[in-house]
Design a protein around this ligand. Structure first.
Ligand code: SOE
Length: 385
């Protein structure tokens, strides 16, 4: 362990994502012992001293700060992990890049395309290593879907369908702003389900099925006003509570996407399905270790949807965990992203999705919101090699 190179982490933000990333840093060495680098939890930052101190103690950070500018200026920090609400991603990433720090940024990259472009330019100019936490790519069943699609088994792709359904904002009594609920405040988040949930679906979709050319969308804000936790006043709700869009991919296939926080009974139902000429694939976050696969090439008398339990050692990431048949969870996707980031330091290869990849996702989000606002089709401008 001691002969490993250190990657000294400075984490900014102590919410839900701060915990998922910290867990990733802590577990990675136990399950990926071959890596040349090991994360060192150097410092955590939150505006509240009590919060930062308590988080540092609970998760084992060596120190804490209350000002992110102080954290990014420290010589003993190699990588800055941005887990703050979306509104501060750009300022922190640009400043950290100027100081030569590596950057791991929570999704979505930014509130708007303009912010995301400025961030990506800054990162590229500084030449610093970077990644964006679109973690669902690294759920083994989703990575397996990518391998199957890339092997050509599906043939020509006709359809891509994705949903991300939740139900946690139905109550009009729920305030906007502040801890966790900043996702309902347009100034902090930039958008509602489009940036928070559809961005995940778009990231996965373009990874699996290539670029999205153009979109036609509709959005709705069901609850028009909510009390703001910080001002205590009733304020207009500026986010999209629900968004539906359809689109055309570069490969000629048609896409259909839906996300809402008003689907009573659904907590985090992320699903996708892809239909090709020879085969189809579907996946469901509530049953995340299974990948469903239909192959028209099967003998007709046994042809049907197979439910593949993705736990075998020859399936993605699974040789790192238990024995075949035993499952892993949501948190492992973050461990995998840390492992892949550390590996990328050894190989010099990018750790996808990079800021440049996340910028393409941001282009689709922006086009979706513009299409809904103007009730017209929009070109995304996405370019995927
Ligand atoms: C919102 O409820 C949320 O926590 C998102 O912010 C995450 O990105 C998503 O993975 C789960 O849902």
């Amino acid at each position: 362990m001691n002969n490993k190179k250190e990657l000294r982490i400075g984490l900014i933000g102590c919410g839900f994502m701060g915990r998922t990333h910290s867990n990733g840093y802590k577990r990675v060495g136990d399950f990926f012992p071959e890596l040349a680098y090991r994360p060192v939890l150097k410092a955590v930052c939150a505006r509240s001293k009590d919060r930062a101190k308590a988080f540092a103690e609970q998760w084992g950070y060596e120190s804490f700060e209350t000002d992110w500018k102080v954290l990014i200026a420290r010589d003993d920090i190699d990588a800055v992990d941005i887990c703050t609400p979306n509104a501060s991603h750009a300022e922190i990433a640009i400043a950290a890049a100027a100081k030569g720090k590596m950057i791991l940024c929570e999704k979505p990259l930014a509130r708007t395309l303009a912010e995301a472009k400025t961030m990506t330019d800054a990162i590229e100019k500084a030449g610093v290593k970077n990644t964006v936490w679109y973690n669902y790519r690294r759920i083994p069943a989703v990575t397996l879907a990518k391998q199957i699609i890339d092997s050509g088994k599906l043939g020509k792709i006709f359809h891509y369908r994705a949903n991300f359904l939740q139900d946690w904002t139905i109550s009009p009594e729920l305030p906007q702003g502040g801890e966790g609920l900043w996702r309902l405040d347009v100034d902090a988040a930039g958008s509602g389900v489009t940036g928070d949930l559809l961005a995940h679906c778009i990231d996965t979709a373009m990874w699996l099925n290539g670029g999205i050319q153009n979109v036609s969308a509709m959005t709705e804000t069901f609850i028009k006003e909510r009390v703001h936790q910080e001002s205590g006043k009733v304020q207009k709700v500026g986010i999209d509570d629900a968004c539906i869009f359809h689109c055309r991919f570069d490969n000629g296939s048609l896409g259909l996407f839906e996300s809402t926080r008003y689907a009573r009974g659904h907590k985090a139902l992320y699903t996708f399905e892809i239909n090709g000429e020879h085969a189809s694939i579907r996946w469901d976050l509530h049953n995340m270790n299974r990948l469903e696969y239909f192959d028209h090439g099967d003998d007709s008398i046994v042809r049907g949807w197979r439910s593949i339990l993705v736990t075998d050692g020859d399936q993605p990431y699974m040789n790192k965990w238990w024995v075949p048949g035993l499952s892993i969870g949501y948190e492992h996707s973050f461990v995998h992203q840390v492992a892949d980031f550390l590996k990328s330091l050894e190989t010099g290869a990018p750790c996808h999705p990079t800021f440049a990849d996340a910028l393409e996702t941001q282009k689709v989000c922006e086009a979706v919101l513009a299409s809904a606002a103007s009730r017209s089709w929009k070109e995304t401008g996405v370019v995927i090699d």
